[in-house]
Design a protein around this ligand. Structure first.
Ligand code: ADP
Length: 611
């Protein structure tokens, strides 16, 4: 991440280089034009001045050379020499005068003095015409200006020629000097501009570098620092915008964080389990509820395939879940080993992006153990009711059939058969009444007809009936009463409560041996009435103790049915006591006997008041 930009690739270097290149190119172009112009004008000027000098001098010389006189030749020569010497200048290398016969008459070159009076061999003075040209000096190989100017006498006849060789090299040298100054100045300018370029480039790149650092810090989640805003140019504005961007990112980050926290808290407080996967079906989110429902550890679940997590890889593929995300039922062993397995309903749904691309799967888990149990109970109940009604109906039908086939004529059998059908019909009516009672209590629209009564009297009333009935029964029994002395005033639904005691007494008689003693105790605690009915019957196996209060549950079905029971008595008793805020339970030892307990809430102060 923190790879430093190499110098030669840096903006710093690029800006400086561009700067210097532009400067160099412009200096180069300006320099070329300037020096070329300077050279041209210098040489041109020099040439013009030499031309002018040659013309003037030739005019002066015309006066002297024009007087053709051989005798005065040497004197004339001296005069010409004097004129030449007078107009000598440092730029002039040599001046010489040639007459019309091509004889050298005077020269300023000391080394050429001996040539005076001799024939001229200079090729430039061949035709006495005006010449102005640049040539290379043979002796020194310097650049020289050659001027040839015809000398005219007063009668406009050409009497000779003036030859001037002047030094151009000096001119070039001074041009070179100027060029050197120019180059030196350029080098200094380049050097200074290099420094300026680096400084300017740095002033640009430094804030950029700072912004880069800041961007890296933001990427790491550190929003504490800000980029320094220097000046209000574009870079300053950029830095300002950058800081604003940082703030926005921080705000967005915070918003996302709080959103995520909210989502997390929603997920963790949900009563349903939630599992979310990525597009390959690997678990990425799982809430507490799902962990506890599935009885797995978070470390184990996250990253695992959802098929493995639900243990459904044999029957389902991820594709199948994605294509047809229905609900499925899972059975898992409960976290508490003593409890039954839990039943989970899992609803699947896909997570789709806006583009339609499937990016994962969400599974919502509901614990439907209770629901399924209720459903199961309902099914069992319906099947029980049908079964319970079918038995007496079939038997009634077979007796009626026998009667209709002729048994009605038999005076001995007919009344017996009719009696049986009557009994069976009675039992069915009882059962249906019991069922109606139960269903009324279940639906909740059942109102207790509460009355304020002495519970002792209520129990005595039922027991007195049983005492009276003892002779009618084929089985003998004896009832013992062990009651508290106090009256027990409570508010109860008398009919229902009589039904409960009656039912318990009935069972006690039913399941007691011949001549058994049934002990009925009535006592009070500080806030409860406790009624117990103990028999000496065959007792109830420990496994069945909890179940006998269930509807239609009977320990020994065949026997119980023979006794005329419906299997609903205890279930109704339980509901009645529940409605009174009381309780019913049983203690039993097989082959010794059973004790049924009934408790009712009771407030004894009422009695004190009566006293
Ligand atoms: P039933 O009409 O069959 O008696 P109950 O609901 O009154 O139906 O009783 C349910 C079952 O509980 C009975 O079938 C019987 O197996 C058992 N039971 C009830 N009372 C006693 C008891 N006093 N002694 C032994 N078993 C009993």
């Amino acid at each position: 991440m923190k790879n430093k930009v190499r110098f030669f690739r840096s903006v710093n270097f690029k800006i400086a280089l561009t700067f210097i290149l532009i400067l160099l190119i412009s200096i180069e172009i300006i320099g070329a034009y300037f020096i070329r112009g300077l050279e041209r004008s210098t040489i041109e000027n020099f040439k013009t001045s030499m031309d002018a000098q040659a013309e003037t001098l030739a005019g002066t010389l015309g006066n002297h050379l024009g007087q053709q006189d051989d005798t005065n030749n040497s004197q004339q020569n001296n005069e010409i020499q004097r004129v030449l010497d007078n107009s000598d200048s440092p730029d002039v290398l040599e001046m010489k005068v040639v007459d019309e016969r091509n004889n050298i008459r005077a020269t300023t070159s000391v080394s050429e003095r001996y040539m005076v009076g001799q024939k001229n061999d200079d090729p430039y003075i061949d035709d006495f015409s005006t010449k102005s040209l640049v040539a290379i000096d043979e002796g020194t190989s310097d650049r020289v200006q050659i001027n040839v100017q015809p000398i005219q006498s007063t009668g406009d006849t050409v009497v000779g020629a003036l030859y001037i060789k002047s030094n151009l090299e000096q001119q070039y040298r001074s041009i070179n000097d100027i060029a050197l100054i120019f180059i030196t100045a350029s080098v200094i300018a380049v050097f200074i501009s290099m420094i300026v370029a680096v400084l300017v480039a740095r002033s640009i790149t430094q804030p950029i570098g700072e912004m880069r650092e800041q961007a890296l810090r933001i990427a790491k989640g550190d929003y504490s620092r800000k980029v320094q805003v220097k000046g209000n140019d574009e870079l300053g504005e950029l830095a300002l915008t950058f800081n604003q961007l940082g703030e926005r990112i921080e705000e967005t980050q915070e918003a996302m964080e709080s959103e995520r926290n909210r989502l997390n808290s929603v997920l963790s407080h949900m009563t349903d389990g939630v599992v979310a996967t990525d597009r390959r079906g690997k678990v990425i989110i799982i809430n507490e509820m799902a962990l506890s429902l599935l009885n797995v550890e978070r470390e184990h679940a996250v990253g695992q395939s959802i098929l493995e997590l639900f243990d459904i890889e044999e029957n389902y593929t991820l594709r199948k879940l994605l294509e047809n995300p229905d609900e499925i039922l899972l059975e898992r062993s409960s976290a508490d080993k003593n409890l039954e397995n839990v039943l989970l309903r899992v609803d699947f749904s896909m997570i789709r992006r806006e583009s339609g691309f499937i990016s994962g799967l969400v599974a919502v888990l509901h614990d439907v153990t209770e629901q399924e149990k209720t459903e199961q109970e309902r099914r069992e109940f319906v099947s029980n009711v049908s079964h319970e009604l079918r038995t007496p109906l079939t038997s009634t039908r077979s007796y009626i059939e026998a009667l209709s086939e002729g048994a009605w004529k038999d005076e001995e059998i007919a009344p017996k058969f009719l009696n049986v059908t009557l009994n069976e019909t009675d039992r069915m009516i009882r059962m249906i009444n019991d069922l109606l009672n139960l269903s009324r209590m279940d639906s909740g629209n059942y109102q207790l007809q509460l009355e304020y009564i002495n519970f002792k009297e209520l129990v005595n009333f039922v027991l007195d009936r049983f005492d009276m009935m003892v002779d009618e029964h084929e089985k003998q029994y004896q009832i013992q009463r062990e009651f508290t002395k106090r009256d027990l005033w409570v508010e109860v639904d008398t009919d229902r409560m009589i039904q409960v005691v009656d039912n318990l007494m009935n069972n006690a008689v039913k399941y007691s041996p011949d001549g058994g003693i049934i002990t009925v105790r009535l006592m009070e605690t500080h806030n409860n009435i406790l009624l117990s009915i103990t028999d000496q019957g065959l007792g109830i196996p420990p496994n069945d103790l909890n179940k006998i209060f269930d509807r239609f549950y009977r320990v020994d079905k065949a026997r119980a049915r023979k006794q005329g029971g419906t299997g609903l008595g205890l279930a109704i008793s339980k509901e009645v006591l529940k409605a009174h805020g009381g309780n019913i339970w049983v203690e039993s030892r097989e082959h010794v006997g059973s004790t049924f307990f009934v408790s009712l809430p009771y407030e004894p102060y009422e009695e004190d008041w009566w006293e």
